[in-house]
Design a protein around this ligand. Structure first.
Ligand SMILES: [Zn+2]
Length: 230
């Protein structure tokens, strides 16, 4: 396992407001600088066992997460429930709407994708031409990624990776595709306080800001720190 980060962490990195901690593979895909070696080792080990491990989503900025979150609050983008069914957000109170969105979309500033330590992974060869959905069934039961899930279960810890959303804990839904690089993610977890998040939301253009600030303690407990451990 690699040692912890060499790159200094500042509050803007934690909140996705600055990408100085990110190494970009291309314009659309970046991960934490100090995780590149570990990820490439994981990818190489997977390749040896016949998997083409690819990243569907790595670093995501605050601005990008804000656009997703605001679109869901404005009912411009579908909100799904635990059974993958669309939620009629128009009939919900502000707090119900916010809790429904948080099942699958992190609060801007509170996303682990801001850190660059967390990635959504898949193997294009296992899709047999079908489009990637990033939905639990693809990774479970008879889904195409079951062999990849099993391989990760057996091997990813050797390289420092684990699943923070390995099961539903009453907060974020199960996300079998989302893996986290523990040596660095743990440092970012320590830095992400409610106060930091509060100031960030306060200064942002998020919709339903007043309601979100009222709910912030519960959002932090239920959706941000309520995750699995390595
Ligand atoms: Zn993810």
């Amino acid at each position: 396992m690699n040692k912890a980060t060499n790159t200094a962490i500042n509050a803007k990195n934690v909140l996705g407001l600055n990408d100085s901690h990110i190494h970009y593979f291309n314009e659309a895909l970046g991960i934490h600088k100090d995780m590149v070696a570990a990820f490439l080792q994981l990818q190489r080990a997977a390749a040896k066992d016949g998997f083409d491990l690819k990243i569907a989503s790595g670093y995501r900025s605050f601005a990008k997460q804000l656009a997703i979150f605001n679109a869901k609050l404005a009912d411009d983008r579908p909100v799904l429930d635990l059974n993958n069914q669309p939620v009629d957000v128009a009939n919900l109170s502000a707090s119900e709407k916010i809790n429904s969105i948080l099942l699958f979309s992190a609060l801007p500033g509170g996303s682990r994708h801001h850190w660059g330590t967390d990635i959504d992974i898949y193997d294009p060869n296992l899709l047999a031409g079908k489009a990637l959905q990033l939905e639990p069934w693809e990774y479970q039961a008879q889904g195409p990624f079951v062999p990849l899930t099993q391989w990760l279960d057996e091997n990813m810890a050797l390289f420092g990776f684990y699943r923070p959303y390995d099961k539903y804990r009453g907060g974020v839904a199960i996300e079998p595709w989302h893996i986290s690089y523990q040596p660095i993610a743990s440092l970012y977890t320590e830095q992400l306080s409610i106060d930091l998040l509060h100031d960030c939301i306060q200064q942002s253009d998020i919709l339903e800001k007043a309601e979100i600030l009222v709910m912030l303690d519960s959002i932090y407990q239920r959706f941000i720190i309520n995750v699995g451990t390595p």
